[in-house]
Write a protein that binds this ligand. Structure first.
Ligand code: GLU
Length: 282
């Protein structure tokens, strides 16, 4: 069956070999099924995203031989839409403001000794969930920056049945979003977060197969819950392996030597060389 896939990079650096694998994987899945490939810019983090990196993405992907549906959706142009969805969650009383810095969270975990643990480390210990309305007001008035977290316990009470998704890589999956804890769904200055905007866009853009690295497998548990809370369609997923460098490490944007730009311009690699390096071919 024809699938609609997407590649959704954040323009916070140049694409590297890991991105090339991911983009080729999504493109191939779409084309082999006679479907469509969509490119989306996940640029809500305005401090770190630049037009130069965005143009770099178009250049690298065209050079690799990919083409995509136009126009490209840029998340930064749809902030009001994410805000409207966030309000729906707020109306159900599923959000609370969290004023904790990373340091506060680390200290709270140390203090409590038995903070809950998820598959990716400690989960948010719920410090700000206990605040009274007055305490919240005080902190907001004092200008302390905050984020909105999902009240996971409460959200789970709204579910009528367990949630599942079809994972084309790992087989049928039962969603257990509680292992991720009270995920951040928005920041005060931007009324969205990765979790919220990616889930909404995959629905709004009609994505039927979400392909992405297995580093985002646990994020999917949260996304599946958001789909239920917001009445969104549920695509299939395929969490693919991550390709690693010769030291067994994941590629990082800060390592310039593995960017496609460097490989093309300095090392004179061809698109065929890149496909050989990542082991996936069009
Ligand atoms: N924007 C995310 C990233 O660059 C990927 C989003 C996704 O594929 O779900 O890591």
């Amino acid at each position: 069956m024809a699938v609609i896939t997407r590649f959704a990079p954040s323009p916070t650096g140049y694409l590297h070999l890991g991105h090339a694998y991911s983009a080729l994987f999504a493109y191939k899945a779409a084309k082999e099924s006679g479907g469509q490939f969509i490119l989306r810019m996940e640029d809500v983090d305005s401090d770190r995203c630049t037009p130069d990196f965005e143009n770099g993405i178009y250049e690298d992907l065209s050079w690799l031989g990919l083409s995509w549906e136009e126009p490209v959706r840029k998340q930064s142009e749809h902030l009001d839409d994410y805000k409207a969805a966030l309000s729906k969650l707020a109306e159900q009383d599923l959000l609370y403001p969290c004023f904790c810095s990373r340091k506060d969270i680390r200290e709270e975990i140390k203090r409590s000794g038995a903070a809950p643990h998820g598959p990716e480390g400690h989960i948010y210990p719920g410090t700000c969930k206990m605040l009274t309305e007055e305490q919240r007001e005080e902190k907001i008035i004092a200008g302390i920056p905050y984020a909105f977290r999902l009240d996971m316990d409460k959200a789970l009470t709204l579910l009528k049945t367990p949630l599942y998704w079809n994972d084309r890589g790992k087989g049928p999956q039962k969603a257990t979003p509680e292992i991720v804890g009270d995920a951040v769904l928005a920041r005060k200055e931007v009324s969205t977060s990765y979790h919220l905007s990616v889930t909404l866009d995959d629905n709004w853009q009609g994505i039927t197969l979400v392909t992405r690295g297995e580093d985002l497998f646990y994020a999917t548990h949260v996304h599946r819950l958001l789909q239920e809370l917001l009445g969104l369609k549920v695509p299939d997923y395929h969490h693919h392996k991550l390709i690693l460098d010769k030291n067994g490490e994941r590629f990082a944007k800060r390592n310039q030597s593995v960017t496609l730009k460097h490989l093309r311009e300095v090392e004179q690699k061809t698109p065929q060389d890149i496909m050989d390096m990542v082991g996936i071919y069009l």
